[in-house]
Design a protein around this ligand. Structure first.
Ligand SMILES: [Fe+2]
Length: 189
């Protein structure tokens, strides 16, 4: 996995705290550390590369990178990384899989409010949602917007419906837990 302090993992760990409570989540994180094949490092794609290289059996990452690797004409070796693995959706039978979001917000004193609002409305439209879904292999937030064929090939996702505010609320506790557990120190040997 990449660093436990990266935003992606902090959000994931915050969701674990929200669902399990701090004590159980910490127990889980200790288990995660014990199962590490190596010290957390690299980005999401580096985890797929590690599976390709036989360094580990499982990695943690966002699915959109799998789409970006599968269709990477510029660096075709990434296609091999993607081909060596398959996407699994944790907790599918239970509360659903943790989902990270791409979001937007307008600053209170934005100087070009009307144009900004127009852009935000466009980005939420069926047209822009489909373009974004096809270009970056993310799940469109707009119901009914087209999901890319690559993403469909991963199978069905059941997203965790935990409110984002719960994740935001638990971010600090998650970050402190990563340090307390020593997750980024890697597996104990
Ligand atoms: Fe990313």
């Amino acid at each position: 996995m990449r660093s436990g302090q990266h935003n992606y993992n902090i959000a994931l760990f915050a969701s674990m705290i929200a669902h399990l409570g701090e004590e159980k989540a910490e127990e889980w994180m200790k288990g995660l550390k014990a199962n590490l094949a190596r010290k957390p490092s690299g980005n999401d794609r580096a985890q797929a590369q590690a599976i390709y290289a036989g360094e580990c059996d499982l990695g943690i990452g966002n699915t959109y990178y799998v789409g970006l690797m599968i269709n990477n004409e510029k660096e075709p070796e990434q296609k091999d990384w993607a081909a060596s693995m398959k996407v699994l959706f944790p907790n599918s039978e239970d509360r659903g899989t943790h989902v990270n979001i791409s979001g937007m917000a307008m600053a209170k004193h934005a100087p070009n409010r009307d144009n900004a609002l127009e852009l935000m409305r466009f980005l939420g439209s069926a047209e822009a949602q489909s373009i974004y879904a096809e270009t970056n292999y993310e799940y469109p937030v707009l119901p009914g917007a087209t999901v890319s064929e690559t993403v469909q090939s991963f199978g069905k996702i059941k997203p965790d419906s935990l409110p984002l505010a719960e994740i935001a609320k638990n971010r600090k506790a998650a970050s402190e837990m990563v340090d307390r557990v020593g997750l980024d120190d890697g597996p104990a040997s």
